[in-house]
Design a protein around this ligand. Structure first.
Ligand code: CA
Length: 287
């Protein structure tokens, strides 16, 4: 079993809430803390607390990152479950980076950090607590686009300097980039099965259906939970063995082969059918 901190911008693109449910319900993951990033981080924390209640776990600390940093308005999904502006008093007063550092420093085993939103909080941790980062088992990140495609990707494009700093932080950093993780999908005909997930099914299905309707399509990518599986093994996503580095070029993160000691690796393929069954199978486990 791995220990994991989930750093998330849940509430917009709907895949984050599936990553949260997947982390809680997966018997191979011990979710130690949740931190939120981008925009109204207190509302995102309130949404996370609501979903953790529905998932049947009440003892996972949640801290909000520094609010703001939103580059463009993105389609919301979480507003149909928790109204925007909601502030749950259970949200920690510690900053997101402080909570991360405290959990990493006191955990009985090395912890994985998963960033499934912009890397703003993780970059603060890397900059301010490098000795703590050295104690991590590794970092998994969803974001970026490997060549040949190079248009803007939301997570790394929102704060490219932060993403590059985390990518190049020195330890094991495994990236599920857009090109690979966009192939992981849920479709409208998955809604009945999602709705049956114990406790949290109604909220997940309502957010997923809302997202389909606002995007006017019948599928969406599960970028975040797919990337998360890299913290476990390469059953669903596989890694290119080439050591990489990340550079900021024209306001975007660009990957290039790095030094032999670099711990940065990029996913290069995904078993979409196996991951689809894994995701639904895990979230429908009993609370
Ligand atoms: Ca996300």
């Amino acid at each position: 079993m791995i220990s994991l901190i989930l750093d998330t911008d849940l509430g917009d693109d709907v895949d984050d809430v599936f990553a949260l449910a997947y982390a809680v319900r997966n018997p191979r993951i011990n979710l130690c803390a949740v931190t939120t990033v981008l925009g109204d981080t207190r509302w995102r924390a309130a949404l996370a607390l609501r979903l953790l209640d529905e998932l049947g776990v009440a003892d996972i600390p949640i801290a909000a990152g520094t609010p703001g940093g939103e580059v463009n308005t993105v389609t919301l999904s979480g507003d149909v479950v928790v109204p925007p502006g909601t502030d749950d008093p259970r949200c920690e007063t510690r900053s997101a980076a402080e909570l991360m550092a405290d959990v990493i420093a006191t955990a009985p085993q090395p912890v994985w950090l998963a960033t499934i939103g912009p890397a703003t909080n993780a970059a603060v941790l890397v900059a301010e607590r490098p000795e703590v980062v050295e104690g991590l088992a590794g970092i998994v990140m969803m974001g970026g686009r490997h060549e040949p495609a190079f248009p803007r990707e939301h997570n790394f494009g929102t704060n490219p300097e932060a993403a590059a700093a985390v990518c190049n932080s020195g330890g094991t950093v495994l990236v599920g980039d857009y090109v690979v993780t966009c192939q992981a999908r849920l479709r409208r005909d998955d809604l009945p099965r999602v709705r049956q997930a114990p406790g949290v099914g109604d909220s997940l299905a309502t957010m997923l259906e809302t997202y389909f309707n606002r995007r006017e399509r019948d599928w969406t990518s599960m970028y975040d939970p797919a990337a998360l599986t890299l913290a476990l093994d390469e059953t669903f996503l596989t890694l290119d063995p080439t050591p990489m580095r990340a550079d900021v070029f024209n306001g975007q993160v660009r990957f290039a082969p790095g030094s032999a000691v670099s711990g940065l690796r990029l996913a290069d393929a995904i078993d979409t059918d196996a991951f689809h069954e894994e995701l639904l199978g895990v979230i429908e486990r009993p609370a």
